[in-house]
Design a protein. Structure first.
Length: 374
């Protein structure tokens, strides 16, 4: 816990933008300054840029939040920005290289899958600042290691200890379930996916210990679990959710961007009263079609941290702090969304219990394990 706070303590600032999204896999388009989308004279020579993971900037999740952070910063700075979307992993390196060629001063790369391409580009372009989201860039390309220093000195990692927030969601799910079974599944077993599942299970286990209950978690045992093999909202995502429902799970946590859409479909097809927990963004707000089933969401405040990183890159110049940012409950880098339509469905005392647990996680009296604090 102390290690996380120390890593998160390096202050970062922010940045803004306004623009039109580029088409997937294409070369970046120049976005105009000003939130109204009209052309205007740039008030700054600083050029921030961003490249998405394969989910695209309209994924209602981490790509979209990161894009919004860059846009906000560019708007505030009165500058243009450039963005480019990726269709597949084959686009990562070419897309980053295209932004280098466009003269970008800072390039945000969204997702651990871009780690290898980001490190290669950073090594070849030491004068460009890189902001890598969801990977420590310090040893493997799977994000599993975290020693507080990126392999390349011009990369700033933005990391999120979502196990802490998922712990709260797991406790809430265990308190809410009527069947005594809750479930989770992921896109692929990367640490940035399983960190949610780890925290969720720990929260359920804590609920059982504190309340003398025996709520079961299906889909993840702490080492092995259910995965769709990718991050697409496809039939596999729907069938994986159905498998959890067939095991009597009445609360489901899908982890992996658009795969939550498979859970929504499976819940609708089941005709049962099943709740879903979102990840990254507050799905109730970003995807109103989920409002009848979303109990809460586990939040990664990527918009804020990306904005702050861009602002700092623009304003601090050579004094930019490249030390990793780690979002925690303590610094509001992670959290859980309101219960929204489920407010009347959860026990009245639940929120007070969650507030106490959050305080315990922050002061260290309630340990939450993740790859970021081992």
């Amino acid at each position: 816990m102390n290690k996380l706070r120390k890593a998160a303590g390096g202050g970062v600032a922010a940045l803004l933008a306004a623009a039109v999204l580029t088409s997937c896999g294409s070369a970046p388009d120049e976005s105009s300054g000003g939130s109204d989308g009209g052309s205007s004279t740039s008030a700054s020579d600083f050029l921030p840029c961003i490249v998405s993971d394969a989910g695209g900037f309209d994924d209602k999740s981490f790509n979209q939040l990161s894009y919004e952070g860059v846009k906000q910063a560019a708007d505030e700075l009165g500058t243009d920005f450039k963005s480019v979307e990726s269709n597949s992993e084959n686009d990562y390196a070419p897309n980053i290289d295209s932004l280098v060629g466009e003269g970008c001063d800072t390039i945000v790369t969204v997702g651990f899958a871009l780690a290898a391409a980001t490190k290669e580009a950073a090594a070849a372009n030491p004068d460009i600042k890189f902001v890598l989201i969801d990977d420590a860039a310090d040893g493997g390309d799977d994000g599993q290691t975290f020693d507080g220093k990126a392999d390349e000195p011009n990369i700033k990692p933005l990391l999120y200890d979502t196990a802490q927030a998922a712990f709260l969601a797991g406790y809430a799910a265990a308190d809410y379930t009527k069947t005594g079974v809750v479930g989770t599944y992921g896109g692929q077993p990367y640490p940035t996916v399983t960190i949610f599942m780890d925290g969720f299970k720990q929260g359920v286990d804590y609920y059982n210990e504190e309340n003398g209950k025996d709520v079961k978690v299906v889909g993840w045992d702490g080492k092995n679990g259910s995965f769709t093999g990718g991050f697409e909202a496809n039939e596999k995502a729907t069938n994986t959710a159905k498998q959890l429902i067939d095991q009597d799970a009445d609360v489901i946590l899908p982890v992996g961007g658009p795969i939550y859409q498979g859970a929504v479909t499976a819940i609708g097809d089941s005709g049962k009263d099943i709740a879903m927990i979102g990840v990254d963004a507050d799905l109730f707000e970003t995807d109103p079609t989920t409002q009848d089933v979303v109990m809460t969401s586990i939040l990664k405040n990527m918009k804020v941290s990306t904005y702050e990183a861009i602002m700092s890159a623009a304003n601090d110049g050579d004094n930019f702090d490249f030390s990793p940012y780690v979002g925690t409950l303590d610094n509001d880098g992670v959290g859980i969304a309101p219960f929204h339509n489920f407010e009347s469905k959860v026990p009245a005392e639940l929120q007070g219990q969650l507030d106490e647990i959050k305080a315990g996680i922050i002061d260290g009296s309630i340990p939450v394990n993740s790859y970021l604090n081992q």
